[in-house]
Write a protein that binds this ligand. Structure first.
Ligand code: PHE
Length: 355
């Protein structure tokens, strides 16, 4: 038998076995690789006598084409078999009944933070964050609250070291400082998060939540502040009409300063927002004090604006009819199951916030 025939027959024999991709690749390189069987035959052509050369070369080319096309179709066949096998293995029977499982709930405070972020992002505020463990400078000094200022005592601060340099932030206002230090005006941010004061009774918890707001630009005035808060309260409580009052107040980091109350009444044991003659304080606000701007290297003769700090837990209590602040932090699963929200029900302004 001629060499060529032998090569072909051996090859056909090998091809009959069940092969995987790497085996067929091996066969391919045994034939057509640098020193492969077919490649070596080509090298032989030059050594043959003139009379045999032409026929041999033509036979060789025919066999080469034949083997190559057999290899290619075998490869296709193996590849599609492998894909089919994989598909078969990874098949999921979606007709199977689901395993019963207990679904978690979103805490009303988390839900409220999501709602607040959604409302403010609609009007161009971005969300910032700051750490719970703050330094004394960001929490007080930079906010125009120097040592011995009476406002420091009012905050019932948890200090974390003897020198009173580290503390648990008593409000979210230090995020104003962090935000302004790290870039250039204009600033338009909100900063929700945990805050801490050493205070605990029916309406106070040592850990509570606030959302800070800060808008600094060239022509921002108190009218903008009122408009913004008015918009926010209406959106948050999903009502067209609200009663809101600004009371003069004092914060070292704003001038003038105000506290804001919203009007409500209780009817059949339920809170109704926007009617009645009862008032509930929900936030502090004001125009950012020039000293604060100077502390963060913002020129107060060019830039000014407002800031506010809203008590998140109180808003959540009002909106969802929860009357004991402490229950928020009891970790009672039955409570969470009742007041919590479906994790898939992400609040947006379009779909409605609380549905
Ligand atoms: N940080 C103040 C507080 O916790 C609230 C506030 C924020 C007031 C921003 C004015 C401006 O009481």
């Amino acid at each position: 038998m001629s060499d060529l025939k032998k090569i072909k027959e051996e090859f056909l024999l090998k091809l009959k076995k069940k092969l995987n991709l790497s085996e067929i690749n091996q066969i391919k390189s045994d034939l057509f690789g640098k020193n492969g069987q077919v490649s070596s035959q080509f090298k032989k052509i030059g050594t043959l006598a003139e009379s045999e050369r032409k026929k041999f070369a033509s036979d060789l080319n025919i066999i080469k084409d034949e083997l190559q096309s057999l290899i290619n179709s075998k490869m296709d066949e193996i590849q599609s078999a492998e894909i089919n096998e994989k598909l078969e293995k990874e098949k999921i029977d979606i007709t199977l009944p689901e395993r019963p499982f207990v679904k978690g709930k979103i805490h009303p405070v988390s839900q409220t933070i999501d709602e607040i972020s959604s409302i403010f992002s609609e009007i161009g505020f971005s969300v910032e964050e700051g750490p719970d463990v703050e330094n004394e400078y960001n929490n007080f000094t930079a906010l125009n609250t120097p040592d011995n200022h009476p406002a420091r005592d009012m905050h019932d601060t948890f200090y974390l070291d003897e020198k009173k340099e580290k503390l648990l932030r008593t409000h979210t206002s230090p995020v104003q400082i962090r935000t302004m230090l790290k870039s250039k005006p204009p600033f338009k941010i909100i900063a929700p998060g945990r805050t801490y004061r050493s205070d605990s009774d029916q309406t106070h918890s040592p850990m509570f939540h606030q959302v800070e707001g800060l808008y600094i630009d060239k022509d921002i005035n108190m009218g903008h502040l009122k408009g913004c808060l008015n918009y926010f309260i209406k959106e948050f409580f999903e009502v067209d009409k609200i009663k809101m009052r600004f009371r003069p107040s004092h914060f070292p980091f704003t001038e003038p300063s105000a506290e804001v109350d919203i009007g409500y009444k209780i009817k059949d044991g339920r809170i109704i927002i926007g009617e009645g003659d009862k008032w509930l304080e929900i936030l502090g606000c004001g125009m950012v004090h020039p000293n604060v701007l100077k502390n963060v290297k913002v020129n107060p003769s060019k830039f000014q604006g407002y800031a506010f700090g809203i008590g998140i837990d109180r808003l959540a209590m009002l909106k969802y009819g929860i009357n004991d602040l402490r229950s928020f932090f009891d970790c009672d699963y039955r409570w969470l199951n009742h007041y919590g929200f479906d994790p898939l029900d992400v609040p947006t302004n379009y779909r409605g916030l609380s549905r």
